[in-house]
Design a protein around this ligand. Structure first.
Ligand code: ZN
Length: 374
């Protein structure tokens, strides 16, 4: 059967619709604070991918487990069909992949980098004119597939490290690493003997005095968790937000969620993190639907936590990328930069048919027109 271009386009559109629907369904499952906590704990283990894609992988792996197609309730490493082949492993027959969003990029040329209007899209195979610079840019999303390691067979995969922490113990080097990041932002880290000195709180960020204060009369794990929470405030919030009352709830959720992801990435027990019911902080604001607010919040948190984790020199859980994927391939799993040079991306162009998971798109950031314009 020969499929026309229109049929292929329609099929892709239908899959994208299905994917958006599936994602909405997964977001709507996040009701209690505990649901949110579990979603972020999962996202911490697959943090190289967008928050939306982690939800999609979570939901589809869960369904595969329920159906008896995979043996473990949690995936370990996920990668594209060819990435697995590159690691000497083959996707087993009858194992459907997990559908996620992948970016569609276009090539753009310009002779005047300072003029945003000057970029013109290059046609297929079109060469830039002399003096023009070429950039690849994400213009839309398309469906792509990934498989968990348990759906593949072949060369063995090294076991992920699983260091255990004692109750109340802080991961080695985490306090110092987080303190450095707070100080890099021009804030001083202070420790006080008890909560009476900071209005009964575990920690406090003062944007005017430029201080982050943590009380010392808690176990080391609780202190480092509090510092991660305050670092979340330092990176994501500012003095203006302190007054914006309707955003205060979401600010606390963001800071606590960043701390949660940092903790989860260090094997810390995340059951003690306090997140209110999702409906209490993701209420409809400024015409934005709760589902959109949940997705945007999750992605903001994921980005902030990943940025922090990348800068720490601590032993962390894997980010879901199989060990041994070459650097080039790993980069494709990094969050999408909006613009990368064409040269960096040439090898990342997917071949027709099988689609590899390339840089993570953020569907929310795309206008529906662009997505539909595929
Ligand atoms: Zn706070």
């Amino acid at each position: 059967m020969v499929r026309t271009r229109e049929q292929a386009r329609a099929a892709r559109e239908a899959k994208l619709d299905e994917l958006h629907e599936r994602l909405t369904g997964a977001v709507e499952q996040l009701v209690s604070g505990d649901d949110w906590r579990r979603a972020l704990t999962f996202a911490a283990q697959f943090r190289a991918r967008s928050f939306s894609n982690t939800l999609l992988i979570w939901a589809q792996h869960g369904a595969a487990y329920e159906a008896g197609r995979v043996s473990e309730p949690m995936p370990s490493y996920v990668a594209g069909y060819r990435q697995w082949q590159g690691l000497g492993r083959q996707v087993q027959k009858g194992q459907p992949g997990y559908m996620i969003f992948a970016p569609v990029t276009g090539r753009f040329a310009s002779s005047n980098l300072t003029d945003a209007e000057s970029w013109r899209r290059l046609g297929k195979g079109e060469k830039p004119r002399p003096g023009e610079v070429v950039r690849s840019k994400m213009i839309a999303v398309r469906p792509a597939y990934v498989w968990d390691s348990s759906q593949t067979s072949g060369d063995p995969i090294p076991e992920p490290p699983a260091p255990k922490l004692l109750e109340g113990e802080a991961p080695a080097g985490l306090w110092d690493g987080l303190s450095e990041l707070v100080e890099e932002r021009g804030f001083e880290v202070l420790r006080v003997p008890h909560e009476g000195m900071i209005q009964g709180a575990n920690g406090m960020t003062d944007y005017t005095a430029k201080t982050v204060t943590v009380r010392q009369n808690m176990d080391p794990a609780a202190q480092v968790k509090t510092l991660a929470h305050e670092l979340g405030h330092v990176l994501m919030h500012g003095p203006d937000q302190e007054d914006a009352r309707q955003h205060r709830g979401i600010g606390e959720v963001e800071a606590e969620s960043v701390a949660l992801m940092i903790g989860a990435a260090h094997h810390m027990d995340t059951s003690g993190y306090t997140i209110p019911y999702v409906s209490t902080w993701a209420a409809r604001v400024d015409g934005k639907e709760p589902v959109e607010i949940v997705k945007a919040t999750g992605e903001r948190v994921r980005k902030t936590a990943s940025t922090i984790l990348d800068q720490l020199d601590t032993a962390q859980v894997t980010d879901g990328t199989p060990p041994g994927l070459d650097r080039e391939a790993r980069q494709h799993d990094q969050p999408a930069r909006t613009q990368v040079t064409h040269e960096q991306r040439t090898s990342a162009r997917p071949a027709a048919g099988r689609v590899e998971p390339l840089p993570e798109p953020e569907p929310a950031a795309l206008s529906p027109g662009l997505v539909r314009g595929l």
